[in-house]
Design a protein around this ligand. Structure first.
Ligand SMILES: C[S@@+](CC[C@H](N)C(=O)[O-])C[C@H]1O[C@@H](n2cnc3c(N)ncnc32)[C@H](O)[C@@H]1O
Length: 868
């Protein structure tokens, strides 16, 4: 085989280094790189892009079976290696048994490790811990060892799900050796290793979502015009001045640790002294068994399964633990010299440096059991019912409380808080990063609450509470007045006063629930004689599809062009600028007071208001506040309407004199869906909604290009007058809890002079319209020669240059979809594309196609296909 070119070797080494940060072995990385290179025709650029993002995703999403095979191969290698050293697996096992039989005295002590998972960039998890143990451990440390402990290889057994493994990936070194990427080879050495991950009953771990009532309310009462609460903004770093034992007395401690006993067969562990209840920071806990094989004559090392079972049972039963993760392995971090070294290092460095240096290279491979102390560690992660967790970082003598307001800390820690040194205002950038990462992780799993938590931003205006959560305490609280319904500002002509309403229409004809009536009432005529809603309250599939397609394919015949466009007029004052076109939306007409039907009639959805669990949160991408759902939502569900002050365009213009380059959040939207009805618009007919000062939760919904989770549908409630309508937002697909709700503002990012488009889009959509073209560019031939995937082309709509095309390719095997941008010199190049199975699709069709293909692939592969 020809040697790998130097450039490739370097690239491969870089990739291995990058993946190592995520706990991915070199073997796996190299295999992944090889596959990707094949797939990408040796195009390294695609692989290294965005810090090897493609590679990382590829490896994470990679076939589990492949991983297993690899791991098995690794295990085999290890076995072979051991054989080479003359130590067989059986021998290792035998040593364990020998140890237990020859041990004359033993003592089992339960130590408790406090686990602090931190997520760093890319939401990886970083773990570090402190071992708190009784003085007796130290005392026993010098005791002579028995048996051949230095040769003993205790099998490490790792019970974990793939999900858990993923969560444990970290760009930093994993702090707890046994939580580090425990080599599966070790698992294979264990006689119980044939237990598959799935069949392992001890493992239950899921991302826990924030439950109502489980929030740590920092006591903020949202006032309509909130001022920045400086106290709560301060995230704190604290360091314990004294030793760990200081925490023991009054709460901010690790679990009370007492020694427990083992009966003569070594199978009964007395965990009654294990005082879980007394530990207030009930987040994730790790419990370890440490065996001192020199204290008791009748000690038999319990079988790991028995010990685990007992621990698990005790936790599940006694402490109401719902989720439990058990991992076993070595721990050699129990070393006083390391502790003092850490403290010394800590003094000269910031936390991250210390953590990195301490754990460098300290993985399970290199561990050996210290001769005088035999450590057998069982770790049980405990996620209690109501996590009253504090972001608590413990690194030997370092105790850090991260990102909590001092009020929170005091309320949780009581008097302990007073014994912590508070560091404020002198944080290094690294330390700040560490804090942020901790916060991101903890809030993402719903375990902690941040310093700012507002239970209900609506102040009771809505039927449901809408909370606000600030993950970092760094941004100003929103400053507005919550209103449930739009208000007319001044001159806007909104004609639904009772005097103007007629009672013909539905009044005499409908009763009860119009949806169940054999003859749809007059209100249905707006939607072609059919009601737009299903009896379940969702927008009907066909209608929804049309609304989505209309938004995604803004082609000319769907637009109305004003003779004198109010929008352009307001932008340029004396404008002769041509109208850019207004989408002619489809309207829904709901029944209302003037109809004879019941208030709960199925044709009254938007007017019932918000019913879902929503939350305002600080978006990690830097879009400012955003809105997310706290529960799963089905496709076609009403989320909220956009509420604000109803203004004429002239009035809006007076408020927002366009100022180029300003990056303020902009909260006004035109109500232009019906502008095409009467030809030339009077000034007061060109309306818009401004939610800057008065608005509802919709003002927090961020923009996403094309594949947003919400679509707006104009809904007539009071009157069938198309000039004023409710701008209602419905889901475009099934949405999972915690997903951000987004909406395509329908903006043209080339118009940078308008405040509405003054922001740089961070939507992250593969169809983002605000991309620097060079980023998406990929050489044509790279696509064209890609034979293993189905390739589809989407040509841009009318407003965009036809010589650019978005290209989708879909890997039917793996269910991956990627999107790229192609540039063509001329139409001929497009026609000459050397790909036989390409099709030209409109954007809407492409999205449909994607959904269909995804469903197929998901069915076929048994897992969800996703964007790559
Ligand atoms: C209606 S507000 C949305 C809520 C806003 N993020 C906030 O913090 O109040 C619209 C503003 O949010 C920001 N925004 C919305 N979508 C965005 C995106 N995709 N990328 C970047 N910023 C965005 C822009 O500043 C925009 O003017």
């Amino acid at each position: 085989m020809p040697p790998m070119p130097k450039k490739n070797r370097k690239m491969a080494a870089d990739a291995c280094r990058a993946m190592k940060e995520f706990g991915i072995s070199e073997v796996r990385t190299r295999a992944g790189v090889k596959e990707l290179l094949k797939l990408y025709e040796n195009n390294w650029e695609l692989i290294v892009e965005d810090n090897h993002r493609v590679l990382l995703e590829f490896l994470l999403e990679g076939d589990t079976d492949n991983n297993k095979e690899e791991e098995e191969a690794e295990a085999d290698e290890e076995i072979a290696e051991q054989k080479g050293k003359g130590v067989s697996i059986c021998e290792s096992k035998f040593h364990v048994m020998e140890l237990s039989l020859t041990t004359q005295t033993a003592f089992i002590e339960i130590i408790v490790l406090f686990l602090f998972p931190l997520a760093f960039l890319y939401s990886s998890v970083f773990v570090f811990h402190i071992i708190l143990c009784q003085a007796v451990k130290r005392k026993n440390k010098a005791a002579p060892s028995h048996g051949k402990t230095e040769d003993v290889q205790i099998p490490i057994k790792r019970y974990c799900t793939r999900q858990q493994t993923k969560q444990a990936l970290s760009p930093l070194k994993c702090a707890t050796p046994c939580l580090a990427e425990t080599p599966s080879k070790m698992a294979h050495q264990n006689e119980d290793s044939e237990e598959s991950e799935d069949s392992q009953p001890l493992v239950r771990r899921s991302r826990r979502r924030l439950q109502e009532g489980e929030v740590l309310d920092s006591g903020n009462n949202f006032s309509p015009v909130c001022n920045r609460n400086t106290q709560q903004e301060e995230s704190l770093s604290m360091m314990c001045e004294d030793s760990c034992s200081d925490f023991d007395d009054d709460g901010l401690n690790f679990l009370e640790v007492k020694s427990s006993t083992v009966d003569s067969r070594g199978t009964v562990l007395d965990l009654s002294l294990f005082d879980v209840e007394s530990s207030p920071p009930k987040g994730e806990l790790e419990m370890s068994l440490i065996c001192h094989p020199s204290l008791h004559s009748d000690f038999d090392l319990p079988h790991s399964d028995e010990a685990l079972e007992l621990l698990e049972e005790t936790c599940m039963k006694s402490y109401g633990v719902r989720e439990c993760l058990v991992e076993t392995g070595f721990d050699s971090t129990f070393d006083e010299s390391t502790i003092s070294r850490d403290v010394a290092e800590l003094k000269n460095s910031d936390a991250q440096d210390v953590l990195e240096s301490h754990y460098q290279g300290n993985d399970c491979n290199t561990l050996s059991s210290p001769s005088e102390l035999f450590v057998f560690q069982n770790l049980i992660k405990v996620v209690p019912h109501i996590p009253k967790h504090i972001a608590f970082g413990c690194f030997n003598d370092l105790h850090r409380l991260i990102g909590f307001s001092s009020t929170d800390i005091e309320s949780i820690c009581g008097d302990s808080a007073k014994r912590l040194v508070i560091f404020q205002g002198q944080k290094s950038p690294k330390l700040r990063k560490l804090e942020e990462a901790a916060h991101d992780y903890h809030s993402s799993i719903g375990v902690i609450k941040s310093g700012v938590y507002i239970e209900d931003i609506t102040r009771g205006e809505e039927r449901v509470k809408i909370s606000l959560e600030d993950g970092k305490n760094v941004e100003d609280l929103p400053n507005f007045l919550y209103i449930r319904q739009s208000l007319v500002y001044k001159n806007a002509s909104v004609k639904f006063s009772l005097g103007r309403m007629s009672h013909d229409g539905c009044y005499s004809r409908c009763y009860g629930d119009c949806l169940t009536s054999p003859m749809p009432c007059v209100c249905a005529s707006e939607t072609g004689g059919q009601f737009a809603y299903t009896p379940g309250g969702l927008v009907k599939e066909m209608f929804l599809e049309k609304c989505i397609a209309l938004k995604r394919e803004p082609i000319q015949h769907h637009c109305f062009y004003c003779r004198e466009c109010p929008l352009e007029k307001s932008k340029y004052e004396k404008s002769s600028v041509a109208c850019k076109g207004h989408l002619l939306h489809k309207f829904i007409k709901e029944c209302w007071h003037t109809c004879g039907c019941n208030k709960n009639c199925g044709n009254r959805i938007v007017q019932q208001g918000i019913s879902g669990k929503l939350q305002v949160f600080l978006t990690p991408e830097g879009k400012g506040w955003g809105l997310r759902t706290l529960e799963d939502l089905p496709r076609g569900a009403f989320v909220c309407e956009y509420v604000g002050e109803i203004l004429t365009n002239t009035e809006l213009h007076e408020r927002n004199v366009p100022s180029t380059g300003k990056k303020h959040a902009y909260y006004a939207v035109p109500l232009d869906a019906g502008w095409g009805v009467k030809g030339v618009l009077k000034d007061e007919e060109a309306l818009c909604l401004d939610a800057t000062v008065y608005g509802n939760v919709a003002r927090f919904i961020n923009h996403r290009c094309s594949d947003a989770t919400l679509v707006e549908i104009p809904v007539e409630v009071e009157t069938p007058d198309h000039h004023y309508y409710h701008l209602a937002l419905f889901t475009t697909r099934n949405i999972a809890a915690m997903e951000e709700l987004t909406w395509d503002y329908g903006i043209d990012f080339r118009e940078r002079d308008h405040p509405r488009t003054a922001f740089q889009c961070l939507c992250g959509s593969p169809l983002c319209r605000d991309r620097k073209e060079s980023k998406g560019d990929v050489q044509l031939h790279t696509y064209a020669r890609r034979r293993r995937c189905r390739i589809e082309f989407l040509f841009f709509g009318a407003s965009i240059d036809f010589l650019k095309a978005k290209c989708y390719w879909f890997d039917l095997e793996k269910g991956y979809l990627r999107v790229g941008l192609l540039h063509f010199a001329n139409i001929k190049q497009i026609l000459d594309l050397p790909i036989s199975n390409s099709v030209t699709l409109s954007e809407g069709e492409a999205m449909d196609w994607w959904e269909r293909s995804r469903a197929e692939a998901t069915k076929k592969n048994g897992r969800d296909a996703r964007w790559r």
